[in-house]
Design a binder for this molecule. Sequence first.
Ligand code: DI6
Ligand code: FE
Length: 427
Amino acid sequence: MSERVQRSSADEWDQLLVGAHIATMRTGGRAYGELPDTALAIKGERIAWLGPTAEGRRLAANKNIDVQDLQGLWITPGLIDCHTHLVYGGNRVAEFEQRLCGVSYEDIARAGGGIQSTVRATRAASAAALQESALVRLRRLMAEGVTTIEIKSGYGLELSAERRLLEVARDLGERLPVSVRKTFLGLHSLPPEFAANRQEFVHRVSGPWLDALAAEGLVDAVDAFCENIAFSVEETRQLLAAAKTLGLAAHVHAGQLSDMGAAELAAQWGALSADHLEYLSASGARAMAAAGTVAVLLPTAYFTLRQTTPPPVALLREAGVQIAVATDCNPGTSPCSSLLTAMNMACTLFGLTPEEALSGATRNAARALGIQNDVGTIATGMRADLAFWRIERPAELAYGLGANPCVGVMYGGRLRGELLRTAAVVR
Ligand code: DI6
Ligand code: FE
C-alpha cells in the first residue's frame, strides 16, 4: 500500500537529484541536518520526496523524470539574506575616507551626512537608476546561493520616494527569480524638512504613509532604527502598534550603538526580529527568547564601523534566542553584497560556529522573515530553493574569504548556473 502511494507520487516527479550530500539544516539529527545517501525529488516548485538513493532511483526508473547525479556536490537550502538596504542612490565612499581620518559614524550623521546624504542621492534618482545599481548587488548575492532577500526602504523618507524604493524592490523580484520580502523602514532617520517637527513625521510614517503603502501591497513588514541618533523607544512603539493593527510583521534595528531597551520593545510587540544587538542586556535576550524574536547579527556592519563590542552571543545562546546572520547591505555601514562574507565574520568576529552561521543564513533567516514553513530548510513540501556547492564539508561556506564555491542555484525547482554543465545528466 505504502509502495503504491509512493509509486503514484513518483509518477508526478519532474526531477530526481542523486549523488549529493544534503545539508537539510533541520534540527535534531546530524550536524547540519545532513542526510547521507539520500535522493531528493522535485515536483514543480516543491520538494516532493527525500529518501534512500536506491529507492529513489527505483521509483524513478522508466519514467519521464530527469535524474541528475551530482557527483559529490553539497546541497543546502538556498541562502536567505534577511536584512538588507539593497536599493539606494549614490554611495558613501567620501564618508569612508572621513571615517578613516578619525571622524565617527555618529558625528557624520549629526552633521547631516550619513543616512541623510544617501537620502538626497536616493530622492534624486529615477526608479530605473535605482534598479540598475541594485541589480548589480543582487546578482552578486544570487551568485552565492541567495534565493530569498529582504529589502528595506528607508532612504526616501518621503512618501513618494519610499514608494519608489519599495516598487523597485518588488520589481527586482519580478525581473530575477529570487524571492523578495519588502520592509517599510519608515523610521530610519529624521529628514531635514521635519527637523522641527519630529512628532509629525512619526505620525505620518505610522499613519497615512504606512496605510497607503500597505494598501498598495508594498509592505510585508515595518522596521525602525531605534537608537539615540535616530528614533526613541516611544516613537518606535508607535510604528509597531500601527503595524500590528494592519496585521503586518515587524523588525527593529536594536542595540547597534547603545542599549535603549529596543530589544525588549521588539519582543513585547512580537517583532519577528531584533537586528544588530551589539548592546543587549540579559533581560533583553530573555524577552526575545520568550517572544520567539530572532536575533539578526550583522557582522559586516560591525566590521565596517570598526566596533569593538560584539553582540553577546553566549547570552543569546544561553537564553535560547535563535540567531540569524545577514549582510545589512547598505552604502554607509555595510557596503557588502556577500552573505558568505557575513557568515565568515559571524564566526571570526562574533564566535559563531560555522553551523550556526549557516543556520543563520538559512533556517533562522527564514524564521526572521516569518517564512520558515516555506523556505530555509530541506524537507518534503518545502519550496525547492536550493544552493549547490563544490565543497568537502559545509564549514567551508564560512571558512573562505572572497571564495565562492557555489556552482548552481535552484529557484522553485528551476536550476541556473554552472551545475548544468558539470553534473552528469543520467537520463
Ligand atoms: N543601521 C545600519 O547599519 C544601517 N541603517 C541602520 O539603521 C546604516 C544606514 C546608513 O548608514 O546608511
Ligand atoms: Fe540595517
